[in-house]
Design a protein around this ligand. Structure first.
Ligand code: GAL
Length: 416
């Protein structure tokens, strides 16, 4: 979909890359506007300014980045792309194929990125064998965030399976709390759906059905079971959820209005900014049934071709900074993720980050390390858009599980 929509515009307008930025300036597109996110990206700005590179902020609010990607497309087709943009996963290849991206391979070679990054990360950062993007982190998406005080008051325990989730969530609801803090936005619905897919079906099914798009796996009893569980969650979400931002949902867990949120570990950034400590003020556990698995979501900046040589230098300075160990540490302490760079000291990271680091390594050995389809890591934009639509329509209706499955199969098939 990205390729088609951009290619159509490129054909209509001849692309002139105009130097819109000042000398030695980077204009950076991202969607990090929540408390924890803003603190994280501010550190990149600070580091670059310390090196004489000025920062032109191009923040487009909207969790999950859909709005940011729409704005990026229009800037790119008008011949004025930013210096760098937060682009992830298979989309990097699509932008590369369209000829927009600049090689930063010399920076990568000088700084030995091939040996600093896990293969699963470095592969995605290259187009045509050359680095065109730099990874800032690895987020784990399959997390459950819980307020232990609310659990205590409701006499509930933290669930480790989806069957148990339903039992505990009922207790929480009966005690007068919101069991599941959730924002009714398509990408958040897809994030919860993804956790159910992984917890109910396991990583092998997840990989077959939602990464390889194997129609037999997708059109199976397991998918129907996934929809059944996903549908049961509707009753635990409050009536004000439509349109709510993810960080507002996180704040409901922080302030004890709600018991749980299913969200990637950018949610931890919000707990940290609020001065909360893991293990005492909040609890992080793998989302139900997924302790042996890890849905990964690697944030990265892709670099756009620049005609001005000073800006090319600034762009390379940014690329180099991103893989620096100081940046990888501080950024990830704030963001809730773990460093993309291997061999980093663990001592300043908290227990949630340690769990994530351990799960990243162990799941890679057991086949449980899978790319997040809800966060642009697994399939094309067209297919993930189709999954978003089905998940969100299903969650906001009383469609049966059998019908949900049917709609998913049809939508994915037509988007492929
Ligand atoms: C994800 C992104 C994260 C976080 C989240 C909410 O797609 O990878 O870094 O920002 O959206 O906006």
């Amino acid at each position: 979909m990205l390729k088609k929509s951009i290619a159509a515009c490129v054909a209509a307008a001849s692309v002139v890359i105009a130097p819109m930025t000042q000398a030695s300036e980077v204009e950076v597109l991202h969607w990090w506007t929540s408390g924890g996110e803003a603190k994280s990206v501010a550190y990149l700005k600070e580091r670059l300014e310390g090196k004489g590179v000025s920062w032109k902020d191009f923040a487009v609010a909207g969790g999950g980045g859909e709005n940011a990607m729409t704005v990026l497309k229009s800037r790119a087709v008008s011949g004025n792309p930013p210096t760098a943009a937060q682009i992830k996963g298979p989309s990097i290849q699509e932008w590369g194929e369209l000829g927009f991206l600049a090689s930063i391979d010399d920076v990568a070679k000088t700084n030995k990125w091939d040996s600093l990054l896990p293969g699963v990360v470095s592969d995605v950062m290259k187009y045509d064998g050359k680095y065109v993007a730099a990874p800032v982190n690895v987020h784990r998406v399959n997390w459950l965030w819980a307020n232990p005080e609310v659990f205590k008051k409701a006499g509930a325990s933290i669930p480790t399976t989806w069957a148990d989730f339903i039992v505990q969530a009922k207790k929480i609801k009966d005690a007068g709390y919101i069991a599941l803090a959730h924002g009714g936005q398509a990408w958040q619905d897809a994030t919860v759906f993804e956790a159910v897919v992984l917890g109910v079906g396991g990583p092998e099914y997840y990989q077959k059905a939602f990464v390889e798009l194997d129609m037999k796996a997708l059109d199976s009893k397991t998918t129907e079971e996934v929809f059944k569980v996903f549908g049961e969650l509707r009753q635990f979400v409050d009536a004000n959820s439509p349109g709510r931002d993810w960080n507002v949902a996180t704040s409901m867990v922080i302030n004890g209005e709600a018991a749980m949120q299913i969200m990637g570990d950018w949610a931890k950034g919000e707990f940290v900014v609020a001065g909360k400590k893991p293990g005492t003020d909040f609890v992080c556990v793998a989302s139900p049934g997924t302790s042996n698995a890890f849905t990964f979501n690697v944030d990265s900046f892709a670099f756009f071709k620049q005609s001005d040589s000073e800006n090319q230098k600034a762009q390379k300075a940014m690329a180099q900074e991103i893989l620096g160990s100081d940046f990888q540490k501080v950024f990830n302490l704030n963001k809730g993720s773990i460093p993309a760079r291997l061999g980093m000291a663990r001592d300043e990271f908290d227990t949630c980050a340690h769990d994530s680091m351990n799960a990243f390594v162990s799941s890679a050995q057991t086949g449980g390390l899978v790319p997040s389809f809800a966060h642009g890591m697994a399939v094309s934009e067209a297919v993930s858009g189709a999954i978003y639509d089905v998940a969100t329509n299903y969650f906001n209706s009383d469609t049966s599980a059998a019908e949900g499955k049917k709609q998913l199969v049809a939508a994915v098939q037509s988007a492929m």
